[in-house]
Design a protein around this ligand. Structure first.
Ligand SMILES: NC(=O)c1ccc[n+]([C@@H]2O[C@H](COP(=O)([O-])OP(=O)(O)OC[C@H]3O[C@@H](n4cnc5c(N)ncnc54)[C@H](OP(=O)(O)O)[C@@H]3O)[C@@H](O)[C@H]2O)c1
Length: 253
């Protein structure tokens, strides 16, 4: 077997939500395997910090300020990456937010905020980058969904609906774009230590840890292996799949 199947030398990637958390860890992981990576989020300073770290690894990087809920920002992001890197081989959609509110108290504006970012922006980025990949007849798209796309939790109506939608979007795109040699897959993380889970009330945390067979939250770096698998030739026969990385939480204790 070729032992270079995880190599990404000469590949270019866009990572939305690359400034922090899971997206940052995946960006650094892609660069470690040789990819040039565009770091995209609203906070340009944080994006630049990650881009600088990647350039110190002797890979090209770009920091792009983008609100992925805005189609014009997404279009500009794609143009900038094309102009700088010449092509887009890999797209990772990691930008996202969580929200815990029981549904009878959930404001319409909060539903829209979650669904617009976690689901609609994933569609917008897949579509804009997918068109480039169709022209190139090649690509790998990795959507970061959540175990909440498969199981449910109290107060997570908008988030569960959005993440379930991301997994279904992944499957549809895998079917539509397989003819163009584009693979589309999801990663469904469980509880991971990032700014998103820092917002959880302290008294909830021990209960959540008790629900994880591995008895701890995961680290962002523990999502990187799944992303490298999907980004690389190692997964050349895998499309439309959802890889759960949750310490066993979905199957239960
Ligand atoms: N942490 C978990 O336990 C967990 C579990 C399952 C799934 N996930 C999923 O993993 C993904 C990453 O989450 P995380 O835990 O790494 O969260 P995080 O640390 O809060 O990072 C969220 C990222 O999204 C970016 N972002 C937010 N709104 C944006 C917008 N409108 N346009 C562009 N970028 C935007 C943020 O950057 P800026 O603020 O600079 O824009 C940041 O880079 C999300 O899709 C989340 O649903 C997380």
């Amino acid at each position: 077997m070729n032992n270079n199947l995880f190599q990404l030398e000469g590949q270019t990637a866009i990572v939305t939500g690359g400034s922090r958390g899971i997206g940052k860890a995946i960006s650094l992981g892609l660069a470690t395997m040789g990819a040039d990576v565009a770091i995209c989020s609203r906070d340009i300073t944080k994006c630049k910090d990650v881009a600088d770290e990647i350039e110190r690894m002797r890979r090209k990087s770009l920091a792009i300020s983008v609100d992925v809920t805005k189609p014009s920002d997404v279009a500009a992001m794609v143009e900038k990456v094309k102009n700088s890197f010449g092509k887009i081989d890999i797209l990772v959609n990691s930008a996202g937010i969580g929200l815990v509110t029981r549904t009878d108290k959930l404001a319409e504006a909060d539903w829209d905020k979650v669904v617009n970012l976690d689901l609609k922006a994933t569609f917008l980025c897949c579509q804009a980058v997918g068109r480039e990949m169709i022209a190139a007849q090649k690509g790998s798209i990795i959507n970061i969904s959540s175990m909440m796309g498969q199981r449910v939790a109290y107060g997570h109506a908008a988030y569960c609906a959005a993440k379930g939608g991301v997994d279904q979007l992944t499957r549809v795109l895998a079917v539509e774009w397989s003819r163009y040699n584009i693979r589309v897959n999801s990663i469904a993380p469980g509880w991971i230590v990032t700014d998103m889970t820092d917002e959880l009330p302290a008294d909830v945390r021990p209960k959540l840890i008790a629900s994880v067979p591995l008895k701890r939250f995961g680290k962002p770096e523990e999502i990187v292996g799944a992303a490298l698998y999907y980004a690389s030739e190692m997964s050349s026969y895998t499309t439309g799949s959802v890889l759960v990385v949750d310490g066993g939480t979905t199957i239960g204790v």
